[in-house]
Design a protein around this ligand. Sequence first.
Ligand code: ATP
Ligand code: MG
Length: 567
Amino acid sequence: MAENEMEETQEKKGLNFVEQMVYDDLQAGKNGGRLNTRFPPEPNGYLHIGHAKAICMDFGVAEKFGGTCNLRFDDTNPVKEDVEYVDSIREDIHWLGFDWGDREYYASDYFPQLYDLAVRMIKEGKAYVDDQTSEQIAQQKGTPTTPGVESPYRSRSVEENLDLFHRMNAGEFDEGARVLRAKIDMTSDNMHFRDPIMYRIIKHPHHRTGTKWNVYPMYDFAHGQSDYFEGVTHSICTLEFVPHRPLYEYFVKELADETYCPRQIEFNRLNLTYTVMSKRKLLQLVKEGLVAGWDDPRMPTISGMRRRGFTPRSIRNFIDKIGYTKYEALNSVSLLEHAVREDLNAVSTRVMAVVNPVKLIIANYPEDKVEMVDMENNPEDPTAGTHSMPFSREIYIEREDFMENPPKKFFRLAPEGEVRLKGAYIVKCTGVKKNENGDIEEIYCTYDPDTRSGLPGSMRKVKGTLHWVSARHAIDATARMYDRLFDVENPAAETDKDFRELLNPDSLKVVTGIKVEPYLAENARPLEHFQFQRVGYFTPDKESTADNLIFNRTIALKDSWEKAQKK
Ligand code: ATP
Ligand code: MG
């Protein structure tokens, strides 16, 4: 990108602090003017909305300044990793709208070079094999205010270290029997410099390299070097890696020179109210069957949000809005929900569905008559067109839309009262039929034939408009009503409780026998977005078929939680 063009971008858009640093490096001609970022997920779980924030940064900054972004699987721990996760991660990044082209890499691709580097460091007296247990090593680490203690194995000869390290990898020793450590400084102010572990023994087959290796590099020894091997210029990560940065630089300098050296930059993680984001906890929810899998629509995973009916654009808009800073914060999930409503309002098809139906019979409407009425698909989108919906003598309306003894400001249907049936006629209630328990079974009305849209009487004003479906034509469907998975604001802060005790017992209610308009039998395909008028946004579940329609409630039309909190 030309210099003046870049300046213009900066002025127009306002750069966040990471973009500013990248921009400054490009201006200064660092790394020969190249820009290459990477997104480095560990394939030990599905991606969540926090990862989306990192993805938008890593891919976004590359896009903005004409660079590239690699996808690198950080697969250094075979015990927890799996190809299922690799596949899901690819799918989720694409769905969010980003692409890594042919730059798909794996930390495991670099195991040979990393091993060679470790051997070189041993030869140069910069690494040693420690025979102590991890507990002993942890005990000797010291505290931020007291220095650590040197391992009794620290001064082993180069020959002995080389021999032991090779034998560690040959599989001669048990897991935990020995580690390779960097020989740096047990008195350093930075705890990460107190002879950090570079390699440990793991005897679990790896999903890509099989049983080739018996030693696996630690994150700190693998990450910076992998960045270097790939030519990454800016290694953008979250704030908890700030104290690791000196070690990142220490190891990278074993390889890099002043013509090319990757740079680590940190931003604040995404934390959301009413949500847990730890992959360990999410895995536990899945494993223990507390949710229906990683893509359960209540999960904060990308796949869960997709199944629930969130759009990629709403997620990106939300991330844009909260921005990137250097301070940890807890963001309100209402902001995300607001972004979802805003986008769904723009893109979803309006349909009629009655969730809690009661029958309404129009006594003066001919028994066999069916009229087709036109329904606007989306008033927000002039190109969306219309679809038609049958009207007949017997229809369903929501039970809540009728009251026998209504309070003053009830603008829906009541005895002797009038309402408009959306897109059709004005009806007047003439009576009801009750069962022996006193529950209303049927509502009787008469209609005014002159009030259909297009006819003169259509201008007549009544206070309420109801949604409805023709009873004869309605299709039965199931609605899964999702709510927040946790009912405390900050589950991570409730450290005295097991997080599973904080689950919202009402996070899923399944409602069967809802009545939907026949249009949906043909048109309700998984992942499409519908607004059930006056009810909420719904998306057909992946299990939904034309014969068995199942809808996930993406979100209610209005934020009832916010209202409840303001009370
Ligand atoms: P863990 O290391 O505990 O398995 P992780 O969430 O760090 O979990 P990774 O797969 O290592 O998982 O994350 C990949 C990238 O996503 C990292 O660069 C990480 O900083 C970033 N990331 C993870 N969680 C968040 C979050 N909540 N907000 C922003 N970025 C995140
Ligand atoms: Mg991580």
